[in-house]
Ligand binder design. Structure first.
Ligand code: ACM
Length: 632
């Protein structure tokens, strides 16, 4: 009998795409048992707490089930059996305190799934795990019928390593609608991210309604429409040209998004990026700059010179004037409304990439510095940041800023978001400040994630493997100062939501796991295998994800006059085939085993990864000329 049911189980699970423990982020403890739960129309959601947050979270889970064609009733089930199965959800004060507010225990038995937590956010996270235990076809919209949700028996104890597990979305360089933002939140919640850093203002658009400063959105939210790559070929606005590209969020829309996020255990950290990155604000109120000249909202035109050593020059002034009291009145008005809208603890004030050239040349600013005994413009920026911190604190909020806020002296209670590597974070933590680690080297998910022959090339690369190797607590630093980890999606080359998803995932899986799972559990092979299962979940959900990790990694070097090519791939069970004679890289053709020479000639490298005799990922075709340019 047991044998027959095992056979039956294998058959059904094969058909329904049964998910093993493919949970991302990996749970702290996972143990299989001999039980097997089948979610079907004999299952109820039995919520044994009146907690309104839990009710909300379970409602969202039931909507997810309904989406996939499974109408599961809310009903108390006294004594669950085969015909009355129950997903039992409760809060329990006597659970181990190590679970904290976001941890949970999940036990899958034959007739019950028991989810318990100390606090409501733990229930939310447990429901995300339960969702991932269900077959991938549950991610697919089904109008009719009941999917069979087979879940193998297990016991899970799970809680996060960090309380800040963030993703940042830049909505200035390209505008993302409320619906886009909600879709972005939906996905992040599934992977237990709990902070959405909303980069609301920049040179290319001001996106948040400030009622006391209406021009910020009347003027600052709109720019002339341009196509082509940012910072290269986009001309400045012509005289009288209508600003037609852009958009902003009304305060009502923002409240709606905040609630939507809260219902998914996500708090929002709004960013108002000052004193640099302010061209859109200055288009609305040019009097807040040093030169007070009319400005435009930048349509993606080049306006800065980057010198490669971190130095830069802004060809158009995009900084607020720190010597003008009116600027602090402006900041006060903005922060008053931002603080009233967002219930979270932190407001992000940016502070990055602030060009000091216009301050240095301004007699007004120089006079101000002399009067206030400010020795240089780094100290002047620090003066500005400290005053902004006072304003933010006066609204009952804490300030966080990019690591440039360390320069010239860090404001007393400020938290630092370390992006130029980890050094800023280390310095801040050593001074006893809170830190979020989001270094370019591991967490900048606008960088190219695969070969430039098939990916949108940007000035830097960040492969999934590298992101997964991210360790947010540097050696010798007290972990208590590291709030957590975050990935940032800048959108200069990301025009819409489908592409934002493609760039975010799967690297956000890696950041989710870095920020949630115990450091000791880090295991690339396990991670990449689980990631591949989630490729299928994204496919079912009709959401883009990049599978670039399946493709060969091509690197070149010179040995004397010879051009030598190395191919690698870090997914499991793969083989790489290639040709250098312009023919298709066939299975059973030339299999890559060691570095090889690319001979002279009018030829291309063509290379393809295979698994079990089938091509996976995209074929890469790179001309010899391009290969030669890649020599490091
Ligand atoms: C940044 O990437 N400028 C924070």
């Amino acid at each position: 009998m047991k044998r027959i049911s095992c056979f039956f189980l294998l058959l059904i699970t094969g058909l329904s795409g049964y998910a093993q423990n493919n949970i991302i982020p990996a749970p702290v403890e996972y143990e299989t048992t001999n039980a097997m739960f089948m979610l079907d129309n004999r299952t109820s959601l039995d919520v044994r707490t009146e907690d309104p947050e839990v009710q909300k979270y379970v409602t969202i889970f039931s909507e997810f089930l309904a989406y996939s064609g499974n109408q599961i009733a809310f009903k108390h089930v006294d004594s669950p059996d085969q015909n009355n199965k129950a997903i039992i959800i409760s809060l329990n004060n006597s659970l181990d305190s190590k679970l904290g507010s976001e941890g949970y225990e999940l036990v899958v038995n034959d007739n019950t799934v028991e989810l318990t937590a100390l606090k409501a956010p733990g229930i939310f996270n447990g429901l995300q795990t339960l969702r991932q235990l269900l077959p991938r076809n549950f991610e697919q919209k089904q109008e009719y019928g009941m999917g069979i949700g087979m879940i193998m028996g297990c016991k899970i104890t799970d809680y996060p390593r960090f309380g800040w597990r963030g993703l940042m979305l830049d909505v200035s360089r390209h505008f993302f609608t409320v619906e886009d933002v909600k879709a972005y939140l939906d996905k992040m919640a599934q992977y237990k991210f709990n902070v959405f850093h909303w980069h609301l203002t920049d040179d290319e658009g001001w996106r948040i309604e400030i009622k006391s400063l209406p021009k910020l959105t009347e003027v600052g939210a709109w720019r002339v429409e341009r196509h082509g790559r940012f910072g290269e070929t986009r001309p400045y606005p012509a005289e009288g040209e209508k600003a037609s590209y852009g958009g902003f969020y009304t305060q009502e829309q923002i409240k709606d998004v905040i609630q939507y996020a809260a219902a998914r255990n996500i708090r929002i950290v709004p960013e108002i990026d000052i004193p640099g990155h302010s061209m859109a604000a200055l288009a609305a109120y040019p009097e807040l700059s040093v030169n007070k000249e009319p400005k435009f909202v930048n349509p993606g035109s080049k306006f800065a010179e980057w010198f490669g050593d971190g130095h830069f020059e802004m060809l158009i002034e995009n900084t607020l004037n720190p010597a003008d009291e009116k600027v602090y009145e402006f900041v006060d008005k903005v922060m008053t409304e931002v603080a009233a809208l967002f219930p979270g603890e932190y407001i992000h004030m940016g502070g990055d990439e602030c060009f000091h050239g216009y301050w240095e040349k301004s007699p007004e600013v120089q006079k101000f510095m002399k009067k206030n005994k400010i020795a240089n413009t780094h100290e002047l920026q620090s003066y500005f940041v400290k005053r902004v911190e006072k304003i933010i604190n006066s609204k009952g909020k804490k300030m966080i800023g990019w690591d440039e806020i360390l320069e010239g002296g860090l404001a007393e209670g400020a938290a630092v978001m370390s992006w130029r590597g980890m050094a800023g974070g280390i310095e801040a933590a050593k001074m006893g400040h809170e830190v979020v680690m989001s270094p370019t080297t591991y967490a900048y998910i606008d960088y190219s994630q695969g070969d430039h022959s098939v990916e949108n090339p940007i000035y830097a690369d960040l492969h999934l493997e590298k992101t997964y190797s991210f360790e947010p607590v540097p050696e010798g630093i007290d972990a208590k100062y590291i709030l957590g980890a975050q990935a940032n999606l800048w959108t200069e080359v990301i025009p819409n939501l489908p592409f934002a998803m493609y760039m975010t995932y799967p690297r956000a899986f890696a950041v989710a796991e870095v920020a949630w799972s115990p450091k000791e559990k880090k295991d690339w092979v396990s991670f990449i295998n689980r990631t591949e299962q989630h490729f299928a979940r994204f496919e079912a959900a009709k959401t883009n994800i990049s599978t670039a990790v399946l493709e060969p990694i091509v690197s070149l070097k010179k040995e004397g006059d010879k051009l030598i090519c190395t191919l690698e791939n870090n997914a499991s069970n793969t083989e790489i085939y290639y040709t250098i004679d312009n023919t298709y890289p066939m299975n059973y053709g030339i299999k890559y085993t060691e570095p090889f020479e690319i001979p002279e000639g009018n030829l291309s490298l063509r290379t393809q990864t295979y698994r079990n005799g089938r091509p996976i990922g995209r074929e890469l075709i790179i001309s010899r000329e391009d290969l030669a340019k890649r020599v490091k």
